[in-house]
Design a protein around this ligand. Structure first.
Ligand code: ZN
Length: 287
């Protein structure tokens, strides 16, 4: 019996169907418009592609209510994205298909997929961090995602200041100069007008952004001691940045960095299908 997969993004939903062997067959993309229209189109597509599933997995943009005891379980929490605050992502599928529906953030889905099939294969623990328009993190230990009252918000930890970055207020609407506010893609554009890869390798922005992520990694490592730290997302795709972050993390840890840095701090092992594989990992965990 197949698995139904959804990678729910702010601009598009990617749908897929995977067989028992985890191979993704049919797939489609639909535009993210309103919940009624987009979720309705997704239900129609899954009906047209078999209609009987072992489980359905949703790896979604957030923030999400993930407390099973909450009346809002599976709903998008307050978001600046028009129409989607309060949207229930589970109900349309639970109503249409007689199968378990699993939901988590896209970041947690990617963490689980990297732990099972990517850079974390064969290791007991993995931290996945994505640095793009925001910063998000998911931690897997013993095959299970770290979960508290909600999903982690690792991008919003408070940060020390780089010595040459005193004039920038940060651009997180909630905290100003948290990690995301200082070192995600929009913070790079706000300071220097271009992405890091367009600024050129000698621009001081590379060292500053790498320093912030190095500080953050040293903090995460002290708390979780992951066997693998996978750095994904568009900003981390900047040539040379991962190596700089790794060196800064080792320096910031001051002798407390456990493991070989070149083996611990790595690029993602999964590429094109990472989002749908995240949804598959969530579906398999439930059904
Ligand atoms: Zn913040």
């Amino acid at each position: 019996m197949a698995y139904a997969l959804i990678e729910a993004g702010g601009t598009k939903f990617v749908l897929g169907v995977a067989g028992d062997d985890g191979r993704i067959g049919a797939r489609a993309r639909i535009e993210t418009t309103t919940p009624a229209e987009t979720l309705g189109a997704a239900v129609d597509w899954f009906r047209a592609h078999g209609g009987a599933y072992r489980a359905l997995g949703i790896a979604s943009f957030g923030p999400l209510d993930l407390d099973p005891a909450s009346p809002g379980y599976g709903c998008v929490r307050r978001t600046p994205k028009p129409h989607w605050s309060g949207a229930n992502l589970i109900a349309p599928f639970a109503d249409a298909f007689a199968c378990p529906v699993a939901i988590d953030t896209d970041v947690n889905g990617a963490a689980l997929a990297e732990a099972r099939w990517g850079a974390g294969t064969g290791h007991g623990s993995l931290l996945y961090l994505t640095v793009g328009t925001g910063v998000g993190g998911g931690f897997v230990s013993g095959g299970r995602l770290l979960a508290g009252l909600s999903h982690p918000e690792m991008g919003h930890i408070r940060m020390p200041r780089h010595a040459e970055d005193g004039g920038f207020a940060g651009c997180c609407p909630f905290h100003g100069d948290c990690l995301e506010g200082l070192a995600a893609g929009p913070a790079v554009i706000a300071r220097w007008g271009q992405s890091l890869s367009k600024l050129g390798p000698d621009h001081p922005g590379h060292a500053i952004i790498a320093w912030y992520h190095g500080q953050a990694l040293a903090t995460f490592q002290a708390v979780m001691e992951p066997a693998r730290i996978v750095l994904g997302g568009g900003v981390m795709g900047t040539p040379g940045l991962l190596e700089r972050v790794r060196a800064e993390a080792v320096a910031a840890a001051g002798g407390y960095f456990v493991g070989d840095p070149a083996e611990v701090v790595v690029a993602p092992g999964l590429h094109g299908d990472a989002g749908l594989l995240g949804a598959l990992a969530l579906a398999q965990a439930s059904g």
